[in-house]
Design a protein around this ligand. Structure first.
Ligand code: TXA
Ligand code: MG
Length: 376
């Protein structure tokens, strides 16, 4: 038995090209695993998901065990066709249809009233709503279609670790704890989907992601951020590292249960430095890094490509150009894992503008930093 009381098991590996045909033997075997109640990690356009047959309580239960996930955090159900939605949810309003037409397949998760008995109650953690999305990745779509069931899938990482954007990350976190991994290369967006709920004539963003508030406003719909997202700044806790399922202190209770947990944390102490004057930010970061180094810390900096020449630290990583936040989305989780691999103990990251994709990137970075944000 392992530390979590789980038997270790043999994890099967399949490799498939992202453009594989629907009848690729790897996909068909992985689908059979899913149908028969086993856990299979698979690529989506956002991050890798850890899939289980959403109809089977026994299968879904294994997700919580493998990840060490708090049981009150519900799962997203993945479908391969918008038509499958009607089996899962009760009636919905026209704007929801608009969102589906505009963004599915894609990184948008809809929270809707669940059709009683449609999936295992473990999927929804006892809520009266269910989160559903149709991923925009050919392998994921082939797999879900071949499995012939809705697939419950959280991100395929151990709870509290950064979400996996490559099969290798899944292997590091979950080898021996799950039945299989379908390796389909790197995921695209790099950040999890945007989670939204339609209520009171507005689209409420419960978790920011690849579909931005601006994208949704362009459909002529009113958009509002959940209260828990409107208070990112300010506090700085002294916790040196995070633990699985540790609740973040303070602030309004989020409507998306998963958002109350501290997430995506590297092992080192990470803080964000933000300010209007880039020169001042760089100078401040370098000064603090030099101090930390003098105290014997292994130091790391996460910065925009354009600013890399200004920095000296044990590990300096790029989050891409400041003119292209989509690369920050793609690189963020890789960077957090890289700091861990290098054993970095003290990390400073440059902050992002919170418009467009920057909202999602800052949200994840803020969580990774356990709320430590320094305004200068
Ligand atoms: O991009 C993604 O969404 C990835 C890939 C694998 O599809 N999945 C993912 O799942 O990020 P997970 O479990 O790591 O995050 C699901 C989020 C959590 O914050 C959870 O609380 C929220 O969705 N959620 C699930 N069901 C909900 C519900 N009924 N009401 C509100 N929030 C819900
Ligand atoms: Mg997750």
């Amino acid at each position: 038995m392992t530390e979590q009381g789980m038997e270790t098991m043999q994890t099967k590996y399949w490799k498939a090209s992202p453009n594989a045909e629907a009848f690729d033997p790897a996909i068909l075997e992985a689908a059979e695993y899913l149908r028969s109640g086993r856990l299979v990690a698979f690529p989506t356009e956002t991050v890798y998901g850890l899939g289980a047959n959403a109809l089977s309580t026994e299968a879904v239960e294994k997700i919580f065990q493998a990840k060490g996930r708090p049981s009150d955090n519900p799962l997203i159900v993945h479908i391969a066709d918008p038509g499958q939605l009607d089996d899962l949810v009760l009636e919905y309003d026209a704007p929801v249809k608009q969102l589906i037409e505009a963004f599915w397949p894609g990184p948008l998760t809809l929270v809707l009233p669940v059709r009683p008995g449609a999936v295992s109650p473990r999927v929804t953690a006892g809520l009266s709503t269910i989160a559903v999305r149709m991923p925009d990745h050919p392998l994921a779509l082939h797999l879900i279609r071949a499995a012939g069931c809705p697939v419950a899938a959280p991100s395929a990482n151990r709870s509290g670790k950064p979400s996996p954007t490559a099969a290798e990350h899944v292997r590091n976190d979950l080898d021996g704890r799950i039945d299989g991994i379908l390796d389909g290369g790197h995921s695209g967006v790099g950040l999890e989907s945007t989670v939204v709920e339609w209520a009171d004539g507005k689209v409420w963003i419960l978790r920011p992601g690849g579909i931005t508030p601006e994208d949704i406003r362009r459909l002529g719909l009113a958009v509002e951020l959940d209260a828990s997202l409107q208070s990112t700044g300010g506090d700085s806790s002294d916790a040196a590292s995070s633990f699985d399922g540790v609740k973040e202190a303070g602030g309004p209770t989020p409507r998306s249960p998963g958002m109350k947990y501290r997430h995506y944390a590297p092992k080192g102490m990470l803080s964000i430095v933000q300010g209007d004057n880039p020169q001042k930010v760089s100078a401040y970061i370098q000064e603090r890094i030099d101090e930390a180094k003098a105290k014997g810390e292994k130091t790391g900096i996460l910065a925009f490509e354009e600013h890399l020449p200004y920095y000296r630290a044990d590990v300096v990583l790029s989050c891409g150009s400041q003119d292209d936040l989509s690369s920050a989305g793609k690189l963020l989780y890789d960077a957090l894992r890289e700091f861990d691999r290098e054993g970095v103990s003290y990390i400073l990251a440059e902050g992002f503008r919170e418009d467009g994709l920057g909202l999602a990137v800052m949200n994840r970075l803020h969580k990774a930093a356990g709320g430590r944000l320094i305004h200068i």
